[in-house]
Structure formats: structure tokens, C-alpha cells
Write a protein that binds this ligand. Structure first.
Ligand SMILES: [Zn+2]
Ligand SMILES: [Zn+2]
Length: 146
């Protein structure tokens, strides 16, 4: 299978000192193909790999996703009832927030300067060094309200 040009990825991994196995790469490619703003659960990633005729267990997919998140390639969203979802970690796409349907897990993004400002202010009040401010809104989507 031909692999896309991923020179920058390889450079990053080299610095990190860890290897991206073909399977990890395959998982990352699923996210890259769909671009930023796509939020997938482990089950959805697993289903897509199965559709590609790859034999991989859900437990392995979980481990792979956690590892890719640790390595900084993916960002993990913890959404109580919606479970965990993962999205590409993208510097241009970092300061956004999520509204999540607690029934079906549908996830939409929004931006809000006031959330960012509130986070910055809170960190300053307590003399913390700010890393990020993100808001997850739990809701029920239009389809699930019926
Ligand atoms: Zn997002
Ligand atoms: Zn829903």
C-alpha cells in the first residue's frame, strides 16, 4: 500500500524518539483523511478499520488512540455520557469548544472568545500557567429530542 508523503510526521517522531508502527500510522491516516473538526470514538475507528478488512481488536484501537494522544498527534475529548472521542491535534484548530449530544454522541464545534477570556482570567486569578481553556457543552440534538 503506498503511503502518503509524511516527511514532517517522521521528523516529529524522530524527535520524540518513538516509532509509528504501520498500524498506528493507519489509524492516524483515518483522522488525517477526514481533516480537523472530525471527532471519532474508538468504536468508530475500529469499525472503519474493519471496513478496510484490517484485523484489529477494539482494545488495540483504544491503546493506539491513547498512545497517539500521548504523542501529541491526537487530542482526546472526555465527554462523560458521550464517551471519549479523539480528533487531530492541530495548532490552528486548538481553541475551540464542543457541544455534544449525550444520546447519540453527535459533536459540533464552536468558538467563543468569552470562554477563552474566562479561562485566562481564572488562571491569572489563581496564578496558574494557562495551557488551554475548552468547554464541553452537554446537550440533546434535534434528532434525539423526539
Ligand atoms: Zn473539536
Ligand atoms: Zn443526538
Amino acid at each position: 500500500m503506498p503511503s502518503p508523503d509524511d516527511g514532517s510526521l517522521e521528523d516529529g517522531l524522530h524527535q520524540d524518539g518513538r516509532r509509528l508502527t504501520p498500524q498506528r500510522k493507519r489509524v492516524l491516516e483515518l483522522f488525517e483523511r477526514r481533516g480537523s473538526g472530525c471527532h471519532l470514538s474508538a468504536e468508530e475507528v475500529h469499525q472503519q478499520l474493519v471496513d478496510l478488512k484490517l484485523k484489529v481488536s477494539l482494545a488495540t484501537v483504544y491503546r493506539t488512540l491513547r498512545l497517539l494522544a500521548d504523542m501529541g498527534f491526537l487530542q482526546e475529548l472526555e465527554l462523560s455520557e458521550g464517551g471519549r472521542r479523539f480528533e487531530l491535534a492541530d495548532d490552528d484548530h486548538r481553541d475551540h469548544h464542543h457541544v455534544v449530544c449525550i444520546r447519540c454522541g453527535r459533536t459540533e464545534e464552536f468558538e467563543s472568545d468569552s470562554v477563552l477570556a474566562a479561562g485566562a482570567e481564572a488562571a491569572q486569578t489563581f496564578n496558574f500557567k494557562l495551557i488551554e481553556s475548552s468547554l464541553n457543552v452537554r446537550a440533546i440534538c434535534a434528532d434525539c429530542q423526539n
